[in-house]
Write a protein that binds this ligand. Sequence first.
Ligand SMILES: [Zn+2]
Length: 265
Amino acid sequence: MIRVPILMYHSVTDRPNEETRPHSVRPSDLEEQLTYLAEGGFTPLTLGDLVSRLNKNTGMPVKPVVVTFDDGYADFHTHALPLLERHRFPATVFLTSGWVADAGADAAGRPLDDMLSWGQAREIAQTGIEIGGHSHSHPQLDQLPTEELRQELRRNKGLLEEKIGAPVATMAYPYGYSSARVRREVRKAGYFAACAVNNAIAADRHDMLAIPRLTVARHTTIGMFRRAVEGSAVPLIYLRERVLTKGYAVVRRTRYGLQRVRGNV
Ligand SMILES: [Zn+2]
């Protein structure tokens, strides 16, 4: 079985705001984590590359890893891109089209911080970073009526392809939320892979429209990071988030799940 850690980042900054703080990382921590991957012999791939290798059975590099960034914060361009370029690491950025800084008439939803412009997104794509979808206005997709859900997916994909000038084949669900209906519409909209959150290591047996990712956040120490990417076990630090993430989707099981996890700790 092929097992691939797929890392989920958000904002990369020393000055997060109240809302982005819990999910942000310091540039110096990202640098340390990327250096760990480089020295540990990992081979970063874009999500699209990983999935097409799995689908075509064309073989996998040594210790594959996928580094992803959600939402499209402006600090990806300032802080993450130079670090990725220094290591020659590809990555995937999931962009919410209605949040783009110069979205103009297409502006939708409420961006949490300064966001990338279309010009920056194009520049990023030209360096070999994959741009994936992340809905148009960042709603909880599983809560939308089907027609709105379709609009969110198609408008996002259409705008990204028009502005970037390249096909967009992968996406990540806002908040990680999906359902069988959402996944069906995602496939219909023309995506062949989509990421959730789950805080588990991805394996080739996973549904390619529900690929789990590992959260990397401000509290993630290099030790936790190492245990997560080496996949020796689900590190304890992720358990809380694992329960929270699942808790929203499987509300009735949350109480039982929390007790079970505490019991294991
Ligand atoms: Zn998001």
